[in-house]
Design a protein around this ligand. Structure first.
Ligand code: SAH
Length: 555
């Protein structure tokens, strides 16, 4: 099954935070959207109506932790247009009431029940068919899908008006439902992967069909061929549980695109037993039908994903939403223990692999290995993953293991983060406002002589310099030596910014000068920004220290 789009949980005040987090934990990938300056959230917005309308128009399920009336008023202008109707629910801030408002056919009552179960309250269900029959016939459980919603609505109102129905096929969830059944009814609920032309039938398709693709030719309109084959076999495209292809086709862009167009999961591996395979004219395609919905997680493997993300300097609001999203979907999270902890909280089924900071290559290989088995793997770094961090280590491992086909097939992505130099610069003002360079003062992975040469050249070129890894217990003298070199080229009055634990508890920021800078003000959690000849500072209006900046022009 393809995961449903995760809901946006909208909060207006801190009073709702706890309820919001309980709901968030229920839905993979759900983000909390908070009113800017009022609540800490994954996504900030400034105007509620505009934000709700945007979510609604993009068909995103909305769980709004505020009065139902507010939500209705905000969305009212859009309600005449029936092209999209995502589930929309209002939930009381304290979690005491769950009210499904819109999206009856998009599963709003199912969501209301799910959220009510989390909050241990009764959902305010008002849909008559659902109240009468104890289930929404138009919302079958996972593994089944309704063929036609408009038709379904008429079918349910006919039943409410007194019609009876038969059940054709296997629908175990209907056993407990008090439907007006009659074996001779002229209406039927039919559970079948095939299409039906009978207007008196409510068609529900089990996701029991697998499309096996054995070869894809170049410029092959594969999605179109699948559609045609289904049409010939009179099978509904809604019955397709997955596409299955040999492992050797894992990186086929055409195949990936076809699965996207058809909106079905793509799996790779050997063909399983227990299917009836239809004869087809197309030798590269086979349509296979099981007697029950197919659990795709047991069908071969997915193409694994490996995403290398940056957490930003520390606080959650400086992590990019795309990184939060992949974290919420991850099966495995790898990284230096401190950073993995920072990336939490995690769900019970997520596996954490915490390692020492120095085992980067081993961690990179482990990540590729896990992803090559089909898992969704995330490697975390602080700041940006490409700045003195894990992205280069992962690429180095992949480069060295190029003959490893399983590694090369992994869907690898790198997501940027706010690097320590940028986070520190923003706190201080704009010291990186003109040309600058980033240097690591660590001689663990490069000779000290190289660092000295680079320092000299950067100092000579009058670049602003951001020093990463300025000192550590094992590297006590390096910063003093670096400053000695810089002082050969730069005046003692040069502006220097020291950011320590930026975005983390106990953050400190000091704006000083090169002459006044002492290495004992600096530790391994400090970012040192040494200004250029044009970097300057002036007192802040609130009397709280200074603003430092480097003008955009140069003389
Ligand atoms: N990938 C990270 C850098 C890793 S190197 C990034 O892009 O930020 C580690 C060094 O980064 C530390 O020694 C320190 O100099 C700096 N650093 C990382 N996080 C920091 C923070 N929150 N505040 C100040 N400096 C930080």
């Amino acid at each position: 099954m393809i995961d449903a789009k995760p809901p946006a949980i909208v909060v207006l005040g801190t009073g709702a935070s706890q309820t919001a987090r309980r709901i968030q934990a229920r839905y993979s990938g759900a983000l909390i959207h908070g009113l800017a300056n009022r609540v800490q959230a994954d996504v900030a917005f400034t105007e509620l109506s505009a934000h709700l309308r945007e979510l609604y128009s993009s068909n995103t399920p909305i769980v709004a932790l505020c009065a139902a009336g507010i939500v209705i008023r905000c969305l009212a202008p859009l309600l005449a247009d029936k092209t999209v109707e995502p589930p929309v629910l209002a939930v009381a801030e304290d979690g005491s009431a769950v009210v499904p408002l819109l999206g009856g056919l998009g599963g709003v009552n199912v969501m209301a029940r799910e959220i009510a179960a989390v909050l241990q309250v009764a959902p305010a269900i008002t849909t008559s068919g659902e109240l009468r029959f104890g289930t929404c016939l138009l919302n079958p459980p996972a593994g089944y899908v309704l063929a036609d919603i408009e038709h379904g609505k008429r079918f349910v109102s006919d039943l409410l008006a007194g019609s009876t129905t038969r059940i054709e096929g296997t629908a175990p969830w209907l056993d407990q439902v008090e439907l007006p059944r009659a074996s001779d009814a002229n209406r039927a609920i039919r559970i079948s992967p095939h299409v039906s032309g009978n207007a008196g039938e409510l068609m529900i398709h089990p996701r029991s069909v697998i499309i096996c693709v054995n070869a894809v030719r170049s410029d092959d309109p594969i999605a179109e061929r699948i559609r045609r084959a289904l049409l010939e076999a009179k099978i509904s495209p809604l019955s397709v549980a997955a596409m299955l292809a040999p492992v050797s086709m894992m990186t086929s862009a055409r195949l990936i695109e076809a699965a996207h167009v058809l909106d079905v999961p793509l799996r790779f591996g050997a063909f399983p037993d227990g299917f009836e395979t239809l004869r087809s004219h197309d030798e590269d395609l086979a349509i296979s039908i099981a007697s029950h919905p197919v659990d795709v997680t047991n069908l071969g493997q997915a193409r694994g994903t490996l995403t290398v993300i940056g957490l930003g300097p520390g606080s959650a609001d400086l992590m990019v939403p795309a990184a939060k999203y992949v974290l919420s979907l991850a099966d495995d999270i790898l990284g230096y223990e401190t950073y993995v902890r920072m990336a939490g909280p995690f769900k019970p089924n997520q596996i954490l692999h915490c390692t020492d900071n120095r085992e980067e290559m081993q961690r990179a290989r482990h990540a590729l290995e896990l992803a090559s088995t089909g898992r969704r793997v995330v490697v975390v770094s602080s700041g940006d993953p490409g700045v003195f961090a894990m992205a280069a280590a992962v690429l180095e491992a992949l480069d060295a293991g190029q003959s490893n086909e399983a590694w090369s097939s992994v869907d690898l992505n790198i997501l940027p983060g706010v690097s320590a130099a940028l986070a520190t610069a923003a706190r201080a003002g704009a010291p990186l406002g003109h040309d600058f360079c980033m240097l690591s003062l660590s001689d663990n992975l490069k000779p000290w002589a190289v660092i000295e040469i680079r320092l000299r050249h950067a100092a000579q070129a009058d670049l602003v310099m951001a020093f990463y890894n300025p000192v550590s217990r094992a590297r006590p003298w390096q910063l003093d030596r670096a400053l000695e070199i810089v002082r050969e080229y730069r005046d003692g009055t040069t502006t220097v910014v020291l950011g320590r634990n930026i975005g983390r508890p106990g953050e400190t920021l000091i704006t000083t000068t090169l002459a006044n800078l002492h290495s004992d003000q600096v530790d391994m959690r400090t970012m040192v920004i040494v200004g250029s000849s044009t970097t300057r500072s002036f007192p802040r209006g609130d009397g709280n220290g200074e603003w430092a900046y480097t003008p955009r022009w140069y003389e």
